[in-house]
Design a protein around this ligand. Structure first.
Ligand SMILES: [Zn+2]
Ligand SMILES: [Zn+2]
Length: 246
């Protein structure tokens, strides 16, 4: 567990250092740095959207007997009844499951950066390439870090000052923002990285549209409809189409 987390942290550090070196040796360092910063923001935003979709799916569909995902589904759905147990987990216990698929991808980015530096072509990559790789790296850090940010959003003490500052700056999801999710029927505010996706997703009722689409495709109702029938009514009011009882 610890080895996987440490390897991911090391690969992330190498990727970051090689990116900075490539930007510094670029013929146009300022525009390249601006493109990289833009890439990081895009990757961070996409990671939040991905965390929200994943959270919505596991909160609302399946059970502990579902193949492959059963343990995670039980963890997500059980978290609503016992939200503070997440605080008791060690960081690596929280993060290693996400590190497993992300590690080879981050190692790949680190290798690309090292090869670029070793070949003396550090400044050869265009701003677009650097921006795309920065976005990819930020996405991986975001999806791996989501459960840690989630833990900090529940912790009443022991949160690092940097994490508190990041939450205040809305770079990671805050206690207040995530607290809005923890109200039955748990039908919104699913983003667990920065929370940037929550306002547009909830404003445009993305989850209700998605739930009606799933019902039409598979005939399955989400758990949030079962917890509060008004959500089901709302979903069919805005998405239209045939209702379950029809
Ligand atoms: Zn939830
Ligand atoms: Zn929570």
């Amino acid at each position: 567990m610890i080895a996987i987390c440490a390897a991911f942290a090391a690969a992330t550090a190498v990727t970051g250092v090689t990116h900075v070196a490539r930007i510094a040796s670029s013929p146009d360092p300022l525009p390249t740095a601006a493109a990289a910063a833009g890439g990081v923001l895009v990757g961070w935003a996409v990671a939040d959207a991905a965390s929200a979709v994943y959270h919505w799916a596991l909160d609302n569909y399946g059970s502990e007997t579902t193949p492959v995902w059963g343990a995670q589904i039980a963890g997500f759905q059980g978290h609503h009844d016992q939200p503070f147990t997440i605080v008791q987990r060690a960081p690596c216990n929280n993060l290693y499951r996400s590190c497993v698929p992300a590690l080879p991808q981050m190692v790949g980015l680190a290798v690309v950066g090292c090869v670029s530096l070793a070949s003396g072509d550090a400044g050869g990559a265009g701003a677009g390439v650097v921006a795309a790789q920065s976005a990819y790296a930020a996405f991986l850090v975001g999806v791996v870090g989501a459960q840690q940010f989630h833990q900090w959003a529940h912790a009443v003490k022991g949160v690092p000052p940097l994490a508190l500052a990041a939450a205040r700056a809305r770079l990671i999801v805050s206690r207040k923002a995530h607290g809005r999710h923890h109200v039955s029927p748990y039908g919104g505010v699913y983003g667990m990285v920065s929370g940037w996706f929550n306002a547009p997703a909830d404003r445009f009722e993305l989850w209700r549209h998605a739930e009606v689409a799933v019902w039409h495709l598979r005939g399955v109702e989400p758990i949030c409809w079962k917890l509060d029938g008004r959500l089901r009514e709302r979903a069919f009011d805005i998405a239209g189409g045939r209702r379950p009882e029809e």
